[in-house]
Design a protein around this ligand. Structure first.
Ligand code: SF4
Length: 320
């Protein structure tokens, strides 16, 4: 090796080391942030308690990998003992790389199950050609996973939806369904048998995507079935991403709004007893219990640290 070649090789090594150092620093930073956000969500919604057996649903996408990774990480330092079991539903889509998840899960030493159920054939049979299949596919997946949670005695089912999924669902329901509702971070299934939790509820999709890339999770795409992503969801996603570029901070503000609902200043008569409003009482309600969920002006002040513009907007709305 000539002196020139050695100098060049040393420079390449130094540049590679510098890059590795930067990646490591970024990875640590993201991991800390995701740990903090997942920890806050778990606490705020009392998602995980001592003795829980949590079935972590793994699709092979970035979100579920990140969820499992962060939950395993938190489990090590959590003040309470709980169990984590990873579960993947192999829906028999053509081209699904069956070996990827078992290999990954075995490599990290987490208990896991692969459930095989050919929902792909059912969906193809039932949904007319050209129509989007995701709704039925998700319903069948959900039903199978809920049933499997009972079989293995898991009392919680963790899904990898994040803050941006929650916001997208909120706008989808508002724009196309005429409802003010989203995906809750915690809910009981319709039959009352399963408790679903979404530990990534406070986490941003772009952080998760970057984390997944830095961790080099073996991602399996969710379009092996050839279905298009729901067009309406795609439109909403693009709208939100556009806002994020043109109005930085708006996404955060909107998500805070979902966590800060004022039923007395909406118009749902089932949610707030407008008929019983009376003069002479604070907020027009004689029974203090009826004020549950109502945020007084003092809440306004305590949240004013979130930005003057937001406070002004809320004051304007409240004074209408
Ligand atoms: S893209 Fe395919 S596998 Fe994914 S939810 Fe839709 S139908 Fe199911």
């Amino acid at each position: 090796m000539t002196a020139d070649t050695r100098i060049h090789a040393d420079q390449v090594d130094a540049a590679t080391n510098e890059l590795d150092k930067k990646r490591k620093t970024r990875l640590n930073k993201l991991q800390k942030r995701l740990r903090r956000e997942v920890g806050q969500a778990i606490e705020a919604f009392n998602m995980i308690e001592a003795g829980d057996k949590v079935m972590v649903c793994l699709s092979g996408g970035k979100d579920s990998y990140a969820m499992l990774d962060i939950l395993l990480n938190l489990q090590k330092s959590a003040p309470v003992d709980f169990e984590l079991v990873a579960v993947n539903l192999d829906q028999k889509q053509p081209g699904f790389p069956e070996h990827v998840l078992p290999e990954y899960l075995a490599s990290i030493g987490v208990p896991y199950h692969i459930v095989e159920r050919d929902t792909y054939s059912i969906v193809k049979e039932v949904v007319p050609e050209g129509k989007t299949t995701c709704a039925l596919c998700s319903r069948l997946r959900r039903g199978t996973l809920y049933g499997f949670a009972d079989e293995i005695g898991a009392n919680k089912i963790a899904l990898g939806h994040h803050r941006d999924d929650i916001l997208e669902t909120f706008f989808l329901n508002m724009f196309y369904g005429g409802k003010l509702k989203s995906m809750p971070p915690k809910l009981v299934s319709d039959d009352g048998k399963n408790m679903v939790i979404r530990p990534l509820a406070y986490a941003r999709e772009k952080d998760i995507a970057e984390y997944a890339e830095l961790k080099q999770f073996p991602i399996i795409p969710c379009n092996l079935c050839g279905s298009q992503e729901n067009l309406q969801r795609q439109v909403i996603k693009e709208m939100l991403q556009g806002w994020d570029k043109t109005n930085p901070g708006r996404i955060e503000t909107m998500f805070r709004a979902l966590c800060n609902v004022v039923p007395s200043h909406l118009a749902d008569t089932a949610l707030f007893d407008f008929k019983s409003l009376q003069l002479g009482f604070p907020h027009g309600i004689a029974d203090p219990a009826a004020l549950a969920g109502f945020r007084a002006e003092s809440d306004e002040e305590s949240s004013s640290g979130n930005g003057g513009v937001q406070t002004m907007e809320r004051i304007d709305i409240l004074s209408l």
